[in-house]
Write a protein that binds this ligand. Structure first.
Ligand SMILES: Nc1ncnc2c1ncn2[C@@H]1O[C@H](COP(=O)(O)OP(=O)(O)OP(=O)(O)O)[C@@H](O)[C@H]1O
Length: 578
């Protein structure tokens, strides 16, 4: 199955593969012929004492030319096989990366980033080895073996038939090796992937690790997984040590003994040609050389097949990001949002949202408030169509959420997250996000609109200021403003906001609040509010508690109810006062 799928990657390179194979064939033929020339020299010239200089010169030149030809052919076939392997791995990586981008958030919730990186880099690299060394070694050595046997049969049919008896034994050992090493390789790869996951977690959380002095605990965790990885490798080395070399060496010795016994026996009734004896011993050596090489490559092949299996497993993952359902492609015109009896569970067992119903009319602001874990972000996750498996109905302008094309939805529903993600690049690129429809003018307008322009102008390179990974050189307030500009540049009909909880200086905070207010104007807004002071003018406030809407109304109405909202408001007031 895995092999068939890998073979499919070879298909577009059939021509190159054929050329590489022909080169390989020529190289092997040249190599196989050299002992035959020595045999001719011994039997026809050395033993009878015939030292005809012209003949010998021909033989010597032929011998040298064969060697040079073999080296030349082998060089070109090696380059060719390597090129094919690189092409294939490049394609495989692109396929895996493309696939990962279309997987749903459900998948990422359950897959550590490090282990994904491991699959895209280490595993595909192991697959490359399959094509670079394994495939060429197997092809080359099989051709070589056929050549060696052909020459042996040509020299002596009986003895060659005896030697052929070794073949089933060799194949049996190969089968045994493959059988045992598969399991061990699986464990080894899994451990390597866990190591990567741990590394990734440690690096991305380094500030927390250092602040909470978690270094020792993580080092212990890391060294435990490292030890398990080591143990798996040691078991593998033991298996290699036993099955690959010693057993094969023993077989080689047995074969030599057989040949010597055969010729010893033969010498009792007839003359033995020394050249044939030499050639046979040489061919036996040449027979075991490729067999041992193939055995050695078997471990690599095993590793590559396990890796390929892991890569294909990822390529086959069905937890795709939700896309448009049905044929109609409605447009978001006014931004009328409706949640009708929506319930949702991440794991299919516990509902984190229960019977959520509300309406946000065009231009209105609906605020979601509630304690942590009450389900506010989950509502946003559903509205952004990150998770498709909810019950009930969510609609925009009367059309089901699932009916919209990705393009329409992402363009018209703008999302601003608590901790905005900035890409490596520059400020301009982070606002435009590779959308060619957005002109330079629109970038400046968007930045001015959200009041990010003044701080951008002050940067040494202004709009061309470089942005490092995650925008680490910008303050959280600046990152917020840049993400506002990014959203506004698209001019969305609906705004989905997750209000930042990070405290920024008063000036930035004011700029952010002003920007938010301006952004909300004329757009339907669904906003998560952590500070109740920022949403007092919202048209509708939904108070969530354990996945349910327990109160709803305007700020004044909710205060008058003297319920949960009132309590939260007093608590926050107290916090501000103290
Ligand atoms: N990706 C996820 N997979 C599984 N469970 C999740 C996931 N995200 C959130 N939850 C669970 O869903 C429930 C609601 O979480 P949600 O993030 O919607 O709360 P919230 O009100 O936004 O909280 P906060 O104010 O802390 O952001 C919580 O019990 C949480 O544990």
């Amino acid at each position: 199955m895995v092999i068939r799928r890998l073979a499919a990657y070879l298909k577009p390179h059939r021509k190159s593969l054929l050329i590489a194979f022909l080169l390989l064939l020529c190289g092997t033929m040249a190599e196989v012929w050299t002992p035959k020339l020595v045999q001719i020299f011994i039997d026809d010239y050395l033993t009878p004492g015939n030292f005809d200089s012209t003949d010998l010169t021909y033989l010597a030149v032929g011998f040298i030319l064969l060697h040079i030809a073999a080296a030349g052919f082998n060089y070109f076939q090696l380059v060719m096989f390597n090129k094919i392997a690189q092409w294939i791995v490049q394609q495989l990586r692109i396929d895996v990366f493309g696939k990962v981008q279309h997987l749903g958030l459900e998948f990422f919730d359950r897959t550590p980033a490090g282990s994904l990186v491991s699959r895209i880099t280490n595993d595909t690299e192991a697959v490359k080895e399959l094509f670079v060394s394994v495939l060429s070694t197997f092809l080359q050595n099989t051709v070589f073996l056929v050549g060696v046997f052909a020459m042996m049969f040509y020299l002596d049919v009986k003895l060659a038939s005896y030697c052929l008896l070794f073949m089933p034994v060799v194949l049996g050992i190969m089968w045994l090796y493959r059988h045992f090493s598969t399991k061990i390789y699986h464990i080894s790869r899994q451990k390597l992937s866990q190591l990567n996951a741990k590394l990734n977690e440690s690096i991305s959380g380094m500030n927390i690790i250092q602040a909470f002095r978690q270094e020792q605990r993580l080092r212990k965790d890391f060294s435990e997984t490292n030890q398990e990885h080591y143990m798996a490798n040691v078991r593998n080395i033991r298996l290699n040590g036993l099955l690959l070399r010693p057993i094969m060496d023993m077989m080689y010795l047995l074969a030599i003994v057989l040949v010597l016994y055969f010729f010893g026996n033969l010498s009792q009734h007839s003359v033995v040609e020394v050249g044939v004896l030499y050639a046979f011993i040489n061919y036996i050596e040449r027979f075991f050389q490729p067999v041992i090489q193939m055995m050695l490559r078997l471990s690599q092949m095993q590793q590559a097949l396990v890796s390929a299996e892991r890569v294909f497993e990822l390529l086959d993952d069905e937890r795709m990001a939700p896309t448009q359902q049905g044929e109609s492609s409605p447009e978001v015109r006014d931004g009328w949002i409706e949640f009708n009896n929506v319930s949702f569970s991440y794991d299919g067992e516990t509902d984190v949202l229960k019977n959520i119903s509300f309406t946000a009319k065009p231009g209105q602001t609906v605020a979601l408030v509630g304690h942590t874990g009450s389900g506010k972000s989950s509502i946003i996750n559903l509205l952004m169509r990150f998770y498709p498996n909810y019950r009930g109905e969510i609609s925009i302008d009367g059309a089901s959420l699932s009916a919209f094309t990705d393009e329409e939805l992402r363009k018209k529903v703008g999302l601003v997250l608590q901790d905005p993600f900035l890409f490596v690049g520059d400020v301009k690129g982070n606002i435009r996000l590779a959308n060619d429809e957005i002109t330079e003018e629109q970038i400046y307008e968007a930045a001015q609109f959200v009041q990010a322009d003044s701080f951008i102008q002050k940067l040494p390179k202004g709009y061309d200021e470089p942005v490092v990974e995650r925008g680490a050189t910008f303050s959280s307030g600046q990152r917020q403003l840049l993400s506002f500009a990014r959203t506004i540049a698209l001019n969305p009909k609906v705004l989905v906001l997750d209000e930042a909880t990070a405290s920024v200086d008063t000036e930035t905070e004011e700029a952010i609040q002003e920007a938010l207010e301006k952004m909300r104007k004329g757009r339907t807004t669904i906003a998560i509010a952590h500070r109740l002071s920022t949403i007092q003018d919202a048209d509708l406030i939904l108070v969530l508690h354990r996945g349910e809407i327990v109160e709803r109304g305007t700020h004044q109405e909710l205060l008058a109810m003297q319920g949960l909202y009132h309590k939260m408001f007093l608590l926050q007031l107290g916090g501000v006062a103290s």
